[in-house]
Design a protein around this ligand. Structure first.
Ligand code: MIC
Ligand code: SF4
Length: 638
């Protein structure tokens, strides 16, 4: 077996490991972050379960840390109390980004982790089976229910050679994005293998598995080997080590080869993470802003390399450089070892260890600006400025360019870039609050912005509704429901957040949908890529969207639509997608029977033609749709 098969078979509770077929796996650990966590815990509360059933569940606060009103602080208080009540650890704001902290303190090779954040596969860098999903799926996992997914195909990424000093782990995943595109990983899991693996430390591996999310992959994993043992030992957790490798005769569905010694620094251009070219192709491009941080590139070694480049220089007068270390552990070590001083002296604007600018919470670029970032996503408007351009690249390239004022690689700094992963990290878990043995007396505090979950009715048999929007390919959940300092505070308030639906692409959308009272969304390929935020399904459902009709879906978003009882429909033919227009009224007859059969006929009443659509759903997913969503299921109620 390959590693993915070994990990899955160890956790398999339902189904067979045949690619494409639905399987159920046992979840050992869960993680949530505040932006998706409030909803996940409201859903968990709706299930009336006293104590989580997992081995470990952690609630992180890292997204909504800018408190421009009471909302975020109220959310933190809710998360803290709800965690104490139900046996969940609470990582306080100030402790760092969920994926970075989980990798450092909790990830265990061989275990399964489900997180309400699409970058949960970061812990695959430790040999974990780590998967991102919507909040409701995490709530179900906390309640001890299996997590269902389609068994992925397994792609072997064979690494040979070693990276040159000014080339980094980010370049490996950017290279895969260049070759495969943002939809190249849908339905697949990526397993890294070959002699090049041993040269990569766990934090470097985690950069790669983190950004595997941008391929649309179900998950990504590295073997658990000597590097893994060294990392766990340095975290004071050698006892958690478990060796994991593929069998010598393991089979794979696909093989991709990358020679690390031939890689150059790469960069993803606006507005998709797969628009990758080599840095040298754009060398000299003037830049206005640089952000170094996020769950992709904020480890200790990343930050030290940045500090070494910045030392003795000043950030270019036309550039604003912000830096956010990934965790309190990293932050504290940078301070203790003097690296923070070098960053400050160079004029860097030091931010708290949180997601911050990555999803648009602070540091929005100026009008028309070019922003260079170490983050993983550059979807239109995500940074907070609609007409700015975000480029994604490695930390070294970012630091060298911040000094130069234009895009350049860090080759000239090669001499200072030889930094080893520390033999021991500074370990201090006091910012993680352990829940009491018995939380029954804990009072869960909910501020006025925290609204209860809407209730949904079962699927109607026949209905008609207008096409409220028609989009192109690769629409991300950032397009559907933005994040950012303004909108994230509304994550626990569905009526309010709904007002921002598609606001980045069409400011009339909300009013039009409200007036129609119902609607159909029409989209192209890979609809719903990116974030796991279930609000991209929940808000449309709340506003009366009956179906999302597209050429293909991204994995997490499609499951979120199912979870909230929105029909996820696929066109039988691209021609029909071409024929449809906004405002066409579509009629659905015998929709319930159609769901059961996996196909139905839709009538375009405006243009007077009919066409076929289909659903690729398991029997369980069909039943969920029919009952109007997962919260209405017996499984959620038992
Ligand atoms: C993101 O990177 O888009 C986020 C913000 O972390 C999301 C989660 C969210 O929307 O809260 C993700 O990746 O799932
Ligand atoms: Fe946070 Fe950005 Fe990572 Fe999402 S991608 S978890 S917003 S740092």
């Amino acid at each position: 077996m390959n590693i993915i098969q070994k990990l899955i078979s160890k956790h398999l509770v339902e189904g067979e490991m045949i690619p494409g077929q639905e399987i159920g796996i046992r979840i050992d650990q869960t993680l949530t972050q505040d932006a998706t966590g409030t909803m996940a815990y409201l859903e968990f509360e709706a299930m009336n379960i006293t104590h989580v059933k997992t081995e470990l569940s952690v609630s992180y606060v890292d997204h909504n840390t800018i408190q421009i009103g009471f909302e975020n602080a109220d959310d933190h208080r809710f998360l803290k109390t709800v965690a104490a009540k139900h046996g969940i650890k609470y990582s306080r704001p100030g402790n760092g980004i969920c994926h970075q902290v989980h990798l450092e303190r909790f990830g265990i090779p061989g275990k399964s982790l489900l997180g309400s954040d699409s970058h949960t596969p970061t812990c695959g860098g430790l040999g974990m089976l780590a998967i991102g999903a919507g909040g409701l799926d995490i709530a179900m996992a906390m309640a001890g229910r299996p997590f269902r997914l389609a068994m992925p195909k397994v792609v072997k990424v064979q690494l040979t050679g070693e990276l040159r000093k000014w080339v980094c782990a980010k370049d490996i995943i950017l290279e895969l994005l260049r070759r495969l595109s943002v939809k190249g990983g849908v339905g697949k899991a990526f397993e890294y293998s070959g002699p090049g693996v041993m040269s990569l430390t766990v934090p470097q591996r985690a950069t790669i598995t983190n950004m595997g999310a941008e391929l649309g992959a179900t998950t990504s994993v590295f073997p658990s080997d000597e590097q893994t043992r060294l990392f766990l030992k340095a975290q004071g957790r050698e006892k958690d080590f478990y060796q994991l490798s593929a069998d010598p005769d393991a089979k794979y569905d696909e093989v991709i080869e990358i020679d690390l010694s031939k890689l150059e620094p790469e960069i993803a251009q606006p507005h998709q993470p797969d628009r990758v070219v080599e840095v040298k192709d754009l060398k000299g491009m003037k830049i206005d802003q640089v952000f170094i941080g996020s769950c992709t590139n904020s480890s200790y070694v990343d930050m030290v390399r940045v500090a070494k480049i910045l030392k003795g220089h000043l950030v270019h007068p036309d550039v604003s450089l912000s830096i956010a270390p990934g965790s309190r552990q990293v932050f504290e070590m940078l301070a203790a070892e003097g690296y923070l001083k070098d960053m400050i002296a160079a004029g860097a604007r030091i931010l708290e260890c949180a997601c911050g600018p990555c999803a648009g919470s602070g540091q929005a670029p100026s009008t028309g600006a070019k922003s260079l970032r170490t983050t993983n996503r550059n979807f239109l408007g995500r940074c907070g400025t609609l007409d700015s351009e975000v480029y994604l690249t490695g930390a070294e390239t970012c630091a060298a360019s911040a000094i130069a004022g234009f895009l350049t690689d860090a080759k000239e700094y090669a001499d200072v870039l030889d930094i080893e992963m520390p033999r021991s990290f500074s370990v201090d878990d006091r910012m993680i609050i352990n829940p009491p043995e018995d939380g029954s007396d804990v009072v869960v505090l909910k501020g006025p912005n925290i609204k209860s979950l809407p209730e949904f009715k079962e699927l109607e048999d026949s209905f008609s509704a207008p096409v409220v929007i028609k989009t192109g390919d690769n629409i991300s959940t950032d397009h559907i429901i933005p994040a950012g300092a303004k909108v994230i505070p509304l994550r626990s308030n569905v009526p309010e957040i709904s007002k921002y639906l598609f606001s980045r692409v069409d400011t009339t959308f909300y009013e039009r949908l409200k007036e129609a009272g119902k609607g159909i969304i029409v989209g192209g390929e890979n609809y719903g890529q990116g974030s796991s935020r279930e609000h991209a399904a929940l808000a449309p459902k709340y506003m009366g969207v009956k179906a999302v009709l597209v050429l293909s879906f991204a994995r997490i978003h499609m499951q979120n639509l199912v979870n909230f009882g929105v029909l996820p429909l696929l066109f039988d033919s691209r021609d029909d997608y071409e024929k449809l227009d906004q405002n066409d009224v579509l009629r659905f007859e015998d929709a319930r029977e159609g769901v059961k059969n996996g196909k139905m006929t839709v009538v375009d009443e405006t243009k007077g033609f009919s066409f076929g659509v289909h659903l690729v759903l398991s029997e369980r997913q069909k039943a969920t749709i029919l009952m109007g969503g997962l919260l209405n299921s017996v499984e959620a109620k038992k």
